[in-house]
Write a protein that binds this ligand. Sequence first.
Ligand code: NDP
Length: 285
Amino acid sequence: MTEHAPQNAIPRIPLNSGYDIPQLGYGVFKVDPAQTEKLVSEALEVGYRHIDTAAIYGNEEGVGRAIAASGIPRKELFITTKLWNDRQAGDDPRRALEESLTKLGLEHVDLYLVHWPAPANGNYINAWTQLITLNEAGLSRSIGVSNHLVEHLEKIVAETDTLPAVNQIELHPAHQQREVAEWCRSRGVHIEAWGPLGQGKYDLFGTPAIRDAASAHGRTPAQVVLRWHLQTGNIVFPKTTSRDRMVENIRLFDFELSDAEIDAITALDPGDGSGRVGAHPSELN
Ligand code: NDP
């Protein structure tokens, strides 16, 4: 249905909810609300069907308008949004999700996430419990968390006996969060890698392992990094405001990195947390 990536080329990953998720999508963090409808419409035109937004991004209405204008059947779309930190207490998560659904023009989201544990507020276990209730009420198809470290995951699971479908964490070659990623993978909790291109904050693309693979395959460094994510099992939704880059970032299904190329990129994390480009999950509240 698109010249850039046939829908059946994007793998769908089964989640513990019984639903599945397209492994590649389009993220709208820092997309100007005034530009969101246009950019999401372009993303849908070039073949994306999975959109990652959040209440705090302030652009859910634009996502909703693009969905409505697209005419794409609801069941072909996968829409994620997230509960912000100041809505975790009591039964406020229900009101927050209802507000998001109104802005998105949807009756349910495909995935609803607790955005950060915000541990100083002491509400993330309540937030997770509320998400389980909202899921049972049909307001989301799947539920998960974001930016949760092992200590947060162990607490929510001990309290509710319910594993999240995904944990959306900062993950790119220089910051692979191996401890939490391994905890999740060994329990069937899928990793969604935010900042898959390091948010453009360091010279990811100048790295020889990435540059060499790019030239060996005749691809761009961004395509190599995104392909590394896909081949290592991560779900990704790179953000760009450029239509050309939307096309570049979806053209990932007609080449494959070798095991040696994957290993060379996997070896890029110094392992000391110095590659982190976003906030530390224990510190953002
Ligand atoms: P990304 O790693 O996707 O990087 C985005 C940056 O890379 C932008 O500056 C963009 O520039 C640039 N870029 C995109 N494509 C290319 C390309 N092909 N070549 C060169 N540069 C490129 O960072 P994000 O933080 O946006 O992460 C992706 C998504 O993850 C977000 O949009 C959001 O949905 C989610 N997220 C979730 C968080 C959470 O706490 N749960 C936190 C942060 C993000 P340009 O726009 O100019 O093309």
